[in-house]
Design a protein around this ligand. Sequence first.
Ligand code: SAH
Length: 190
Amino acid sequence: MDTLTLKIIFMVGFVAAWAIRTPYQKQHQQTKHLVPQERILFMLIYVGMVVSPLIYVFSPLLSFADYRSPVWAGYVGGIVFAIALWLLWRSHDDLGKNWSPTVEIKEGHTLVSNGVYQQIRHPMYTAFWLWSAAQALILPNWIAGLGGILSFGMTYFLRIQQEEQMMIEQFGAEYKAYMQRTKRLIPYLF
Ligand code: SAH
């Protein structure tokens, strides 16, 4: 697949992801003061998943890190991105007002265990993993391609335990029972 087609596939997915997320981001009122670690991780994600892919798509600045990818990578990447978008939309919709970009309990927070939360506890993070994988498959560039997996991956591993611990403290036995019957990221598997 030629580079222009790959860039177009990526940009369609990228714009769609932002279109899905923006209304929820607007609704959310940030009341929590971000700690330095959270600020740094947000910045890393911004560089890895927004700035570096856009530099790659719209300028030749990162061309020194280009490589050739097999044709199937573009097709598979497109399919993975489509699944990520569906899951991103469903998880934002199911989580509703409980959503926040950081790990926090909001006023009137309820435990969501229906919809895509019925099988897995972190469908939004699954969506971000898929988005990052799609970025790596679609963009044949070591920096712009791997920026998502590296920056989101680091954020995921640093916050997942903290988030589940917070949910246990808030919802107690109800969350523990929910943990018993669900997996973290992939239904029935993991
Ligand atoms: N980890 C979830 C949610 C990401 S948004 C996912 O990947 O789908 C982060 C916020 O969602 C956290 O601050 C937490 O308060 C909230 N949250 C996580 N799981 C939740 C659940 N099952 N029900 C309600 N809120 C949840």
